[in-house]
Design a protein around this ligand. Structure first.
Ligand SMILES: *[C@@H]1O[C@H](CO)[C@@H](O)[C@H](O)[C@H]1NC(C)=O
Ligand SMILES: *[C@@H]1O[C@H](CO)[C@@H](O)[C@H](O)[C@H]1NC(C)=O
Ligand SMILES: *[C@@H]1O[C@H](CO)[C@@H](O)[C@H](O)[C@H]1NC(C)=O
Ligand SMILES: *[C@@H]1O[C@H](CO)[C@@H](O)[C@H](O)[C@H]1NC(C)=O
Ligand SMILES: *[C@@H]1O[C@H](CO)[C@@H](O)[C@H](O)[C@H]1NC(C)=O
Ligand SMILES: *[C@@H]1O[C@H](CO)[C@@H](O)[C@H](O)[C@H]1NC(C)=O
Length: 317
């Protein structure tokens, strides 16, 4: 009787423990192998301490497995403490994760310490066809933007801002069918925007603080989905009076360029316009009255060739 009871107890305990003991790990073995290689290639940084070979990779920090397929779909390495050992270029081993959808790799703004992700933006990312979100901002990446990225079929957002990238915006970006949000600010990109790029129907675009030149008017259009465009601090030169703006625009920052012509009256019809800045250009003529244009202060309009009228001083005849 007693032995029967203890037998049942043992069985019950075993049943309770079995999920823990016998649990098959969710992690796909190929993905685990790739991740351990990535950890090694990054020089075993502190942020990846939880990536232990004996543990299920679906439980590690900075990664996410798909609920159904258990494949790795997210890498999100967001450095918040200074690393002494984080090096250096973005490893090719990331290319061994064919199901990756989200890749985030950066450190907190203004974090000091020896956290340098440098080298180029790798072209192999273009082979990860499921990528929807790439964030490599706030690093020390250099070289030019690989044209191959224009082949990513599902891209929804590309953040390469705050690096040291040079060269042009690739013409191949004109074939990005998914119209991703594109953030390339605070780099040293140069040359004109390629005409193919004007085909895109982007909602958010930030090209500020680069060395881009020429005519950017093709970015705009009455029927585009534009909400936010920041072209500030470049050397764009085009006639603003000819531009047709979409009514969807919320934020339009054009300060510090070489824009000329007058402000078109159609700007007064932009009911959603919250931020508008054309300061430090070569614009001329009377600021149209109406809409949200007089809600901005003089600092949105100052330092132009001969802009006048509210909120700037009256135009003289
Ligand atoms: C830094 O990396 C080197 C080489 O991989 C290793 O020998 C050393 O222990 C690491 N230092 C720290 C503080 O993790
Ligand atoms: C980061 O860069 C600094 C100076 O640019 C260098 O001294 C340091 O070794 C680099 N650290 C790593 C982990 O590459
Ligand atoms: C950035 O990378 C360059 C090489 O590409 C290197 O010379 C420089 O020291 C790095 N700077 C920082 C702050 O990491
Ligand atoms: C751009 O290049 C200039 C010199 O050519 C350099 O001083 C500056 O730091 C660079 N800026 C970025 C964001 O790389
Ligand atoms: C841009 O996209 C919006 C919807 O997001 C659509 O209504 C509009 O027709 C498109 N415009 C062009 C020029 O493709
Ligand atoms: C517009 O840009 C100028 C020049 O950079 C800046 O001084 C001003 O604060 C900006 N105004 C707004 C509302 O962004």
């Amino acid at each position: 009787m007693a032995s029967e009871k203890s037998f049942l107890l043992v069985v019950a305990v075993l049943l309770l423990l079995s999920p823990a003991l016998g649990a098959k790990e969710r992690c796909n073995p190929q993905d685990k192998k790739a991740l351990l290689q990535i950890k090694k290639d990054f020089n075993n940084p502190y942020v990846l301490t939880s990536w232990k070979p004996e543990e299920d990779c679906c439980t590690w920090y900075c990664v996410e497995c798909d609920r159904k397929t258990n494949r790795i779909v997210t890498i999100n390495i967001y450095l918040s403490v200074p690393e002494t050992n984080f090096s250096a270029k973005i490893p090719d081993s990331i290319g061994l994760l064919p199901y990756l959808q989200t890749l985030t790799l950066h450190h907190l703004p203004y974090l000091t310490g020896r956290t340098n992700i440098s080298g180029p933006v790798p072209a192999f990312l273009a082979q990860l066809k499921k990528l929807t979100y790439i964030d490599l901002s706030f690093n020390n990446l250099s070289g030019s933007i690989p044209p191959e990225l224009g082949q990513l079929p599902k891209l929804e957002a590309l953040h390469l801002d705050r690096n040291h990238l040079t060269g042009p915006i690739p013409a191949s970006f004109g074939s990005l069918k998914s119209n991703p949000d594109i953030y390339l600010s605070h780099n040293n990109l140069s040359g004109p925007i390629p005409p193919s790029f004007f085909r895109l129907n982007l909602t958010r675009l930030d090209l500020s603080r680069n060395k881009l030149v020429g005519d950017a008017s093709g970015l705009f259009g009455a029927t585009k989905a534009t909400q936010t465009i920041d072209l500030s601090r470049n050397q764009f030169a085009f006639d603003l009076s000819k531009v047709k703006f979409s009514k969807t625009i919320i934020s339009l920052d054009l300060n510090h360029n070489k824009l000329y012509g007058a402000l078109p009256a159609s700007l007064t019809a932009l009911d959603n316009l919250q931020l508008f800045n054309v300061s430090y250009n070569r614009l001329c003529g009377k600021i149209p009255v109406g809409g949200n244009l007089q809600k901005n202060d003089v600092y949105s309009y100052f330092h132009n060739k001969c802009l006048c009228g509210s909120p700037l001083p009256k135009c003289s005849n």
